[in-house]
Design a protein around this ligand. Structure first.
Ligand code: G1P
Length: 296
């Protein structure tokens, strides 16, 4: 029997954004823009493209700008209309019509797994997705005609199990990611059973080079696993440890995410995304190309 389609996504946004300080002292890292579109906007558009209707932000103090971004701003829209700026008014209005947003608070920074558990009362007993708030998979990439979440949600429904997105990384980078143990299997676009998951292993300890990239389609069983695990690396409740428990039950699969990924919390990811988007933006592409040539 197939599982019900995923209708909810948890987006943990309570983090301090230490990689992007001092900017994140006052602005949530999820609002870092690519040109004029915030990171979180790309993620929510990916969510919506996957047919998911409800976004659950797991927030903390100082993050209300994220909720405001997806709320209506009547005064701004009215002023723009009065000034004849209909395009901009429509653009602002669109952000409040994208999805239904529900916020829950994570009162202590006890880890990604703990953040997901904070959303449990809103998730209920349904399958759900998780999307991490600092990674984007740009919608313009021709190698990824479908959004990663749409693919994972569909695969989770077909396999009646949890499916997580992975990408191959150089072995020296494994300590920055959760890594999956898939035995000798190659992970392609067909989901492969996962034997275990390890959070941020050193290269010599990593069971593979397949890194978990912040897109997950879970069955509700993951919440039971999260409730039963002990704090892991860094003293935090790790989502990766709960996934390992799920893998031990034979209920976790990995699937390769296609296309380009930008980690907006890293300097290289942030700058690369701006250049990529800039070269695709007709109003600046020509002069930007010329400028880049002068630099190189
Ligand atoms: C988190 C997860 C990790 C995952 C990574 C993807 O780590 O804990 O398993 O591979 O996101 O970006 P973080 O980057 O928040 O330390």
């Amino acid at each position: 029997m197939q599982k019900a389609a995923i209708k909810k996504v948890v987006i943990p946004v309570a983090g301090l954004g230490t990689r992007s300080l001092p900017f994140t002292k006052v602005v949530p890292k999820e609002l870092v823009p690519v040109l004029s579109t915030p990171t979180i906007h790309f993620i929510v558009e990916e969510v919506v493209a996957a047919g998911i209707e409800q976004v659950i932000f797991v927030t903390s103090s100082g993050k209300t700008a994220l909720e405001d971004y997806f709320d209506v701003n009547h005064a701004l829209v009215r002023t723009l209309r009065e000034r004849g700026k209909e395009d901009l008014a429509a653009c602002v209005e669109k952000t409040s019509q994208l999805c239904e947003v529900i916020s829950v608070r994570q009162k202590e920074p006890l880890g990604l797994g703990h953040a997901v558990l904070c959303a449990a009362p809103v998730i209920g007993g349904e399958p759900f997705a998780v999307a991490l708030g600092d990674e984007i998979f740009p919608p313009w990439d021709p190698k990824a005609p479908q959004s990663p979440l749409a693919v994972l949600a569909e695969q989770a429904s077909k396999t009646a199990a949890s499916v997580i997105g992975v990408m191959k990384v150089p072995r020296e980078r494994t300590a920055s990611y959760g890594i999956v143990d898939v035995g000798a299997a190659e992970v392609g676009t067909t989901p492969v059973p996962v034997k275990a998951t390890v959070e941020k292993p050193r290269p010599e300890k990593a069971p593979s080079e397949y890194a978990i990239v912040g897109r997950y389609a879970f069955g509700p069983e993951i919440l039971d696993c999260l409730k039963s695990i002990k704090p892991g690396i860094g003293g935090e409740i790790q989502l990766t440890d709960a996934m390992s428990a799920l893998a031990a039950e034979g209920s976790l699969y990995a699937s390769a995410v296609q296309g380009c990924r930008y980690d907006m919390g890293s300097l290289l990811g942030y700058v690369s995304a701006q250049i990529d988007a800039g070269l695709r933006e007709p109003s600046i592409a020509g002069p930007l190309k010329d400028y880049l040539r002068t630099l190189l």
